[in-house]
Design a protein around this ligand. Structure first.
Ligand code: COA
Length: 280
């Protein structure tokens, strides 16, 4: 199955290692820069197709998700600002009623992204607002440029977030900051986003791609089986209390002792060798 690149979703594969075949990183770009990469139906369909492809393509080990850079403006016009994603496409909300939205938001692409079993990194350069902030929160890790801005401005549309911010943003930044963001609709800059735990790392725009790809290569060089179990275990714990969460972890930890890669890793440590993961 080839990568489902489309007009609004481009997918580039980058090798994890220059000389050895260790699989690839999928660099996925949401490509509607003239609309600040807003999530319309076509983008959402494209994200779901991408997730399906990544899930069924073993050599893709990590996903980096980003927004397209602005196009050069036409003569005499101002340039559009940089954006990761400036939210759901608001024009698609006109005239919609609850029954339309229930259908539109059921099994949506943000949930598909969240449920991807492989590591995901949001590479944010510019506005990450509303659904854009939520797409970023649906990734495992967020790396942002200094010029990025995060926010949940739905209150200004008479709405609340609908792609999971009440849960996933709150898990990252806590109750108080989530309420402040949802109630005020105000944006926060990258440094504040870092300070409150929304962003893992902040760097200059010129260093963003390399810093993100370095993180993706590092993660991609580990056993994909171990990463999958680690992600599933942390996720499972989000849905249950501490005692059950620790029990889930204990079982997942024990189960890895039957995996090939536990023996590969332990033997590599003892022999001071580089592990050659079987990904099983
Ligand atoms: N949905 C649809 N179109 C959007 C959009 C969105 N969420 N966000 C931006 N756009 C479009 C604008 O309508 C504009 O299109 P046009 O040039 O054809 O008129 C283009 O993207 C550029 O945006 P613009 O508003 O002109 O840029 P700006 O620099 O003046 O302001 C923002 C940038 C991000 C502050 C502003 O675009 C904004 O507030 N966007 C909406 C954010 C939001 O409420 N998101 C949550 C949605 S649920």
């Amino acid at each position: 199955m080839s990568a489902p690149t489309s007009e609004v979703i481009t997918i580039e594969e980058h090798p994890i290692h220059a000389d050895q075949d260790l699989g690839s990183i999928a660099l996925v770009t949401i490509n509607r820069p003239n609309k600040l990469n807003a999530l319309n139906a076509e983008v959402m369909t494209g994200i779901k197709a991408m997730v399906k492809w990544v899930e069924s393509t073993p050599h893709v080990r990590v996903v980096v998700l980003t927004g397209a850079q602005p196009n050069a403006p036409p003569e005499g016009k101002r340039a559009k600002p940089n954006a990761f994603v400036a939210g759901a496409d608001i024009t698609e909300f006109v005239g919609k009623k609850s029954e339309d939205i229930r259908i539109m938001f059921a099994n949506n692409a943000v949930e598909a992204l969240w449920n991807l079993s492989k590591p995901t990194i949001a590479m944010v350069d510019g506005f990450a607002l509303g659904g854009g902030c939520e797409v970023a929160c649906s990734c495992d890790i967020r790396i942002a440029s200094t010029r990025s801005k995060f926010g949940t401005p739905e209150v200004n549309l008479g709405l609340i977030p609908g792609y999971g911010a009440t849960q996933r943003l709150a898990n990252l930044v806590g109750y108080g900051k989530t309420m402040e963001m949802i109630f005020t609709g105000e944006m926060i800059g990258a440094e504040e986003a870092h300070r409150v735990g929304l962003v893992n790392q902040v760097c200059e725009p010129s260093e963003l791609l390399e810093s993100t790809m370095a993180m993706a290569r590092l993660i991609g060089s580990k056993s994909s089986n171990t990463l999958r179990v680690g992600k599933a275990t942390v996720r499972a714990a989000l849905d249950v209390g501490l005692t059950e969460g620790v029990a889930i972890e204990a079982e997942a930890f024990a189960s890895l002792f039957d995996s090939k890669d536990k023996e590969v890793g332990v033997q590599a440590f003892i022999n001071r060798a580089t592990p050659e993961w079987q990904h099983e």
